[in-house]
Write a protein that binds this ligand. Structure first.
Ligand code: AMP
Ligand code: ZN
Length: 112
């Protein structure tokens, strides 16, 4: 399977991992858009947010629970944004569900 985030999840490709458990990995984005820019991914390959169903949606809750639990360790105390791009028009370049976690600067709204 030629999926770069599957390879990060199974350790085939090195990344700067800040948290992992049996279900998810959180690692530093290679091209940070903010002082803190992390990506949270399920280890399971799910293509994008539009592929979330009642069968696999528990992983989304798990990711958000961990973000909340790790808020201090991940340096998110002053506020943060979690965003997922779904589809090319929304800017999705990697077709493995991922949540950007951005923090450490004033974040504009709405995003471009
Ligand atoms: P998106 O454009 O929403 O699909 O986000 C993909 C993100 O993955 C971008 O912010 C990239 O900088 C990031 N990225 C791509 N390859 C890697 C990698 N090997 N390690 C860490 N981040 C990556
Ligand atoms: Zn994948």
């Amino acid at each position: 399977m030629e999926c770069i985030f599957c390879k990060i999840a199974n350790g085939e490709i090195k990344s700067d991992v800040v948290f992992k458990d049996e279900k998810i990995v959180i690692f530093k984005d290679l091209n940070p858009e903010a002082p803190t820019h992390l990506l949270a991914i399920p280890k399971e390959h799910i293509e994008s947010a539009e592929k979330i169903t009642s069968i696999n949606s528990a992983i989304v809750a798990h990711i958000f629970e961990k973000i909340s639990e790790l808020k201090n360790d991940l340096k998110l105390q002053e506020g943060f944004r979690v965003v997922t791009n779904c589809g090319e028009a929304a800017g999705q370049t990697v077709k493995h569900l991922h949540f950007h976690i951005l923090s450490g600067r004033k974040l504009d709204w709405p995003p471009g």
